[in-house]
Design a protein around this ligand. Structure first.
Ligand code: DX5
Ligand code: ZN
Length: 229
């Protein structure tokens, strides 16, 4: 699968979001972090802002809901125009029901797990999801350091998806840079979120291209290794 890049607007200028998204229009998605001050110790934006962003954005919206009660709220974000809606497993009462509700609304269903959350429960119901987000930092803030110990979960997901013949996207979020992009791609991730690395770069569009190329090269190397008997 081709590597996709999703710049996180958490590191963008919140007073100029339309222009900020246009500055990374060569990416594949725009990653919008929704935080409620309860599930994570930070607050960002909610439904009305996401709805306007979806209207003006040249990129499809990848909504990352770091909020309580996704059973109620996740479908509302699909209705608001998010193409992909990711909710956290830790906050969900009935993850499969949420996934089905999202798909019924025409959105891509996606579930996220924090660094300390095992992947087994997701693997049991993998086909319900179009994507799994493996958090590579504790959710809540941009600019944190990448946690290497999360990589076996990415690989376990990739192996399970391949075994099931399921075209699963695997997203990683947190501390993704030119240094860590090859690590996540080799592990099996194919959707990379990057906030500070992209919005902090002098040439943002160039940084998107660099991350995509570096990750794609690493993914190609990894699949070459897989083919060696
Ligand atoms: C953190 C958010 C991330 C954040 C990543 O909880 O989910 O999307 O913006 O920021 P960086 O890429 O700076 O680690
Ligand atoms: Zn995020």
């Amino acid at each position: 699968m081709a590597i996709q890049i999703a710049p996180s607007i958490l590191s963008a200028d919140f007073a100029n979001l339309e222009a900020e998204i246009n500055s990374v229009a060569n990416a594949d998605w725009v990653h919008v972090d929704v935080m409620d001050g309860h599930f994570v110790p930070n607050m960002t934006l909610g439904l009305p802002v996401l709805e306007r962003l979806a209207e003006v954005s040249p990129l499809p919206v990848d909504a990352h809901l770091m909020i309580e009660n996704p059973d109620h709220w996740a479908p509302r974000y699909a209705e608001a125009g998010a193409t992909s809606v990711t909710f956290h497993l830790e906050a969900a009462t009935d993850p499969v029901r949420i996934a089905r509700d999202l798909r019924a609304l025409g959105a891509r269903s996606s579930v996220a797990i924090k660094p300390g959350t095992p992947v087994d429960h997701v693997i049991d119901v993998l086909v319900e999801f179009d994507m799994v987000l493996v958090m590579t930092v504790e959710p809540g803030f941009g600019g944190q350091s990448f946690m290497h110990h999360t990589m076996p979960k990415v690989t376990a997901l990739r192996e399970a998806a391949t075994a099931a013949g399921h075209p699963l996207r695997i997203e990683v979020d947190g501390g993704v840079t030119r240094e860590t992009a090859p690590i996540v791609a080799e592990a099996g991730a194919d959707m990379l979120v990057a906030g500070s690395a992209i919005f902090g770069a002098a040439d943002r569009a160039g940084e998107v291209e660099s991350l995509r190329r570096i990750a794609q090269e690493a993914a190609s190397r990894a699949s070459l290794v897989d083919r060696i008997p």
